[in-house]
Design a protein around this ligand. Structure first.
Ligand code: E4P
Length: 218
């Protein structure tokens, strides 16, 4: 499974790239706002660090404007993926941009039937938001399972990858992996939490102490 990093913070992207854990990056207007940086400049900067796909989201709800913004953003670098919302206008923009060989990530997906539409219209990625579904008392993970099943059933026609988004815990990452999601976009904090285990720390302390007791030098 590919790991995309869900952030617009340059330092976080650099650190995780050094760890070798960044296959791509996803951003959205809220993450751009949080970064305090200029949208196009920050996308350009990310593209100098990461070779994999970088999602940049359109900021209009109108199809023609989404297409124009998508075409402009795609010129920033050849690894830019245009994020459009799962609305009728967004789906039309998805079809147009995809047919012009611009990769599209259809975002704000909350149902399998929405995902089916994005798949039919040639999206490169569909982003089901599992955390936000959990927030309203439903089980977001079920959506990943359902979409993976539908896309696998029609894999001859649907090439869209399932990009599990709105991830809130390390457990959700392993759960979406076991369900066959192609990609998970993960906040940096969750990646660091995935590394940690108290038994690893305790075990390592014991090994280091016992090594000291041997009195040997490497
Ligand atoms: C990424 O593509 C999504 O925009 C992001 O995962 C949403 O996460 P949130 O629900 O934690 O804001």
């Amino acid at each position: 499974m590919k790991f995309f990093i869900d952030t617009a913070e340059i330092e976080e992207i650099k650190s995780l790239s050094e760890l070798g854990l960044v296959d791509g990056v996803t951003t959205n207007p809220s993450l751009i706002y949080k970064s305090g940086k200029d949208f196009k400049k920050v996308i350009k900067e990310i593209s100098t660090i990461v070779e994999g796909p970088i999602s940049a989201e359109v900021t209009s709800t109108d199809c023609q404007e989404m297409i124009a913004q998508g075409q402009e953003l795609a010129k920033i670098s050849n690894n830019i993926v245009i994020k459009v919302p799962l609305t009728a206008d967004g789906l039309m923009a998805c079809k147009k941009l995809s047919s012009n060989n611009i990769k599209v990530n259809v975002t704000l997906c909350f149902s399998a039937s929405q995902a089916l539409l994005a798949g039919k219209l040639g999206a490169t990625y569909i982003s089901p938001f599992i955390g936000r579904l959990d927030d309203i008392g439903t089980t977001g993970l079920n959506l990943i399972k359902e979409i993976v099943h539908i896309y696998n059933t029609y894999k001859k026609d649907i090439k869209t990858e399932v990009l599990a988004a709105s991830i809130r815990s390390p457990l959700q990452v392993s759960q979406v992996a076991s369900m066959g999601a192609h990609v998970a976009t993960i906040p940096p904090k969750i990646i660091y939490q995935m590394i940690k285990h108290p038994l690893t720390d305790i075990g390592l302390d014991t090994f280091m102490n016992d090594w000291k007791k041997t009195g040997q030098k490497f």
